[in-house]
Write a protein that binds this ligand. Sequence first.
Ligand SMILES: *Cc1c(COP(=O)(O)O)cnc(C)c1O
Length: 405
Amino acid sequence: MSKTEEIKELYGKYVMQTYAQSLVLAKGKGTKVWDTDGKVYLDFLSGISVLNVGHSHPAVVKAIQDQVAKLTHVSNLYYNENQAKLAEKLSSLSFGGKCFFCNSGAEANEAQIKLARLWGHEKGKYRVISMKNSFHGRTLATAAATGQTKIQKGFEPMPEGFVYAEFNNIDSVKELVDDKTVAILVEAVQGEGGIIPATDEFMQGVRALCDEKDLLMLCDEVQCGMGRTGDWFAFQVSGVEPDCFSLAKALGSGYPIGAIVSNEKLANVFQPGKHASTFGGTPLACAAALATIEVIEEEELLDAATRSGDLFKEGLEAFIEKYPHAKEVRGRGLMLGMEFDEPVKPLVDKMTEMGLIALATAEKVVRFLPPLNVKDGEIEEALDIIEDSLAEIYGSQTAQEEAGA
Ligand SMILES: *Cc1c(COP(=O)(O)O)cnc(C)c1O
């Protein structure tokens, strides 16, 4: 039995089947990963926007190695220097607020939902308006906040206090506001929903509505944050500031860490005993995050995301003209999606077979989230593989031919 088959068999026997896996990956470096048979792939998924500085970045490796030998964990009943420094950093990169640390995206969103409820408690306000096709996590409360019935099905009754508006439709949000509403939760770019950016008008409309009705604006930056879209945080492009936002995925370059950052209004709502997390903001997790942020700054990866994103987007858009099933390329920076008029799983499988890792999202969208320091040559290589895969799946017809011209 090959190593690959052996590992798959162990999964079959001993790991709950919550995912539909394909490759067995063994090693990563920059934008490349290798499977157990030694085959190399371009990783244009980055662990779904976890490895924004690439696999095993030397500066992150060193920071983790140094810290693990010094102090890995202390209870949050004690201070640790790295957590203080990371909080200061995240605060200064956003709007000067305060942080709470946890371990994952769901946990970060759970924290901002709890924070919002605590803030609204005396006024009897608890209901959160989130968006249809959003994704906020898999805990019961964050699954309830997720505007997709398929995430909730079978787990009912869901926690109450969540209603869903149309994304990018401010009137539909306004219609849901009542005297129980405490917050509006939004992704500045919907990830799982199919790479759908919020319009500036929508983000500004949500902010204005929150100001007018005394509601909190909460952003979920778990996937679109940490430089992914060319800004530190995706909400920044619209010129609005939420009252609180969540981070996780890319924050620790693969070392698990989640965080929320809130403005002055919410900064002192949590008091001792109100919320906690054993592993939240350990010296080791914060060392990984501090090193990640330093790499993004030193390698100027916000600019790189914008520049490389434009290059990649241009290449993808050329396929729209050539392949009639390809309808639209969406997104900002290196958070890009290519929508087709039919399910894209066969295409994504073909790309994987040819050495490019991406993801089928919302059924008809190919989602690309390469490391922000992806090289131009790697983008060209990826475009070649996408073109070859398109040709294999759809033949090398052109739009004009298909239209019968
Ligand atoms: C991945 C994701 C989450 C959940 O994060 P976990 O770390 O898997 O709990 C929440 N929100 C968004 C937008 C995400 O992409």
